[in-house]
Design a protein around this ligand. Sequence first.
Ligand SMILES: *Cc1c(COP(=O)(O)O)cnc(C)c1O
Length: 384
Amino acid sequence: MRKIQMVDLGGQYEGIKDQVNSSIATIMETSAFINGPEVYAFQKELEDYLGVKHVIPCANGTDALQIAMMGLGLEPGDEVITADFTFAATVEVIALLQLTPVLVDVYPDTFNIDIAAIEKAITPRTKAIVPVHLFGQCANMDAILALAEKHNLYVIEDNAQAIGANHTFNDGRKQKAGTMGHVGSTSFFPSKNLGCYGDGGAIFTNDDDLAHTLRGIVNHGMYERYHHDVVGVNSRLDSIQAAVLRAKLPKLDEYCNKRREAARKYSSAFNGQEHIIVPKTVNGCEGICETCDCHVFHQYTLRITNGTRDDLVKHLGENGIPCGVYYPIPLHRQKAYADSRFNESDFAVTNQLVNEVISLPMHTELDDEQIALITATVIGFVNS
Ligand SMILES: *Cc1c(COP(=O)(O)O)cnc(C)c1O
């Protein structure tokens, strides 16, 4: 059996090697390292794939979020609501722009932001909601868009973990994750579902004016060479990363399906286990079926409910099975984001999840033998 890896980028590379290597060789020969034709071609291809009017490539997913917030003209003191249970980048850029992060709890079954908690947190100073489509599945966008419309708020989708996922609205309409709000962001960090071989990111919007603003911000606030109309940043996707992404994008749906297939096998092996809760998929399809196109399983995350999570992590490690705890500490308890206004009782779910969650190996190259060993090892230990 091949060594089990949390993410197997080497195995995936085998399938795109020729194209990646020849594109990179061409870039070397033409020296078009920044804003070359590969970047523009990738931008167009991603716009087509997502069905969104504008993709603005940038340097990473954290920049993408920051630039989205800058482009919307959010100002110091504006309150931005986001989830307590997510990667810190989301709240980091809110704080960096001197906006006020307002953290709210999540649902215990989907791990996504709790709609009632958002509603409770809205004040006259609230300007935006940042749903994070955590672990590869969209937050409840029907409810979030309705709340935003009612209270005149921007919706900024942090789509770093769910590129390729679909959201099925209550009326049956489908839309790609990251394209439903006023603006969306993603990351092409190597381990993300669409990852390059370094750092990369992108911003999505259907708003022509906002797209124009964002294209200036990523490039030092320039709309005309050496005319700096707004304060910008330097945040570009380089040509080599774009070439890697161009090789992978046509395979993204196939990659997503392989992840779903692995998730389906995991969940069927864990079926009926008393102390294990498998991830819930929404959108009516109950998700982990052959035809599902909602969840893209950036992570496959279990809840271990009998208090053995930490010991399980250790046991898996000792048995050569990598795993991860995403996330071990709620954002509201991180030193950098502590705020006397946060009330522990508002974070009951996140406080529980951080002690229960464990993410198993998830990538496009997992085979049946590996999945059988992983599930048997987990089940054996949790029941011992
Ligand atoms: C990875 C990630 C980011 C940041 O992306 P980088 O490209 O690493 O800057 C932001 N938000 C979430 C939810 C992420 O998972």
